[in-house]
Write a new protein. Structure first.
Length: 221
């Protein structure tokens, strides 16, 4: 029997300005992502992030702070100063640090080019005393990179993962491909960054098109 394809939550990551945050909110996004990894071209300072969050406060849209191999103490400090709702861990963080982080977590694992889950073993080590993640991000594995590359993740492997975990699908999604990705993977949420950019900057038209395509998924998978 066919199962209706669910409409996932939509996260627009790499937001840097209040104006683009408002576009995402008005388009119907459920989450926006703020990148606190200095090596990223989408990096925001605490002041820049605070301005973004202040602009959309009260909208009901969750704000997600993205960190890479940062110390829990610093993550908590930034989360408090900015007013973040969720924390995305996009580095090589061990589950042992989860209890020290004072926000719900979205850890990341990366699918390599051969279609294997490169780091799923990290999650098998979670003990009963460790808080379960809010969701798990599936992204494409690119050596030396921590997301935002535009590389498409392996949807077959991601679909298998999504049957067992609350999964956020990332990796090369675009307005013209997100509907197919949702049908094939059936994720809890989809995440986009480079796929809604033009010349390295967020494109309001692409943001609107991506959210419309993701939210417009209907029918049977």
């Amino acid at each position: 029997m066919n199962i209706a394809t669910p409409r996932p939550l939509v996260k627009i990551c790499g937001i840097r300005t209040p104006e683009h945050a408002v576009v995402a909110v008005e388009a119907g996004a459920d989450m926006i992502g703020l990148v606190f990894y200095p090596a990223s071209p989408r990096y925001v300072t605490i002041d820049e992030a605070r301005a973004v969050v202040s602009e959309i406060r009260g909208s009901g849209v969750r704000t997600v702070g993205l960190f890479v191999n940062e110390k829990p103490k610093q993550i908590n400090l930034v989360a408090d100063e900015v007013g973040l709702d969720l924390i995305q861990l996009s580095g090589d963080e061990s589950p042992v640090v989860y209890p020290a982080i004072e926000r719900p977590l979205i850890p990341s694992i990366r699918v390599d080019s051969s279609g294997r889950l490169d780091e799923e073993g990290r999650f098998r080590s979670i003990t009963e005393a460790t808080p379960s993640p809010w969701a798990v991000m599936i992204d494409a594995h690119v050596p030396g990179m921590y997301g935002g590359t535009g590389t498409v993740a392996d949807w077959f492997v991601a679909a298998d993962f999504a049957r067992r975990y609350r999964t956020v699908l990332a990796g090369g999604l675009r307005p013209n491909s997100v509907a197919e990705a949702i049908h094939r993977v059936k994720p809890f949420a989809v995440d986009v960054s480079s796929g809604v950019e033009t010349n390295g900057s967020k494109d309001p038209g692409k943001i609107r098109a991506f959210v419309e395509a993701a939210k417009g998924v209907t029918g049977e998978g």
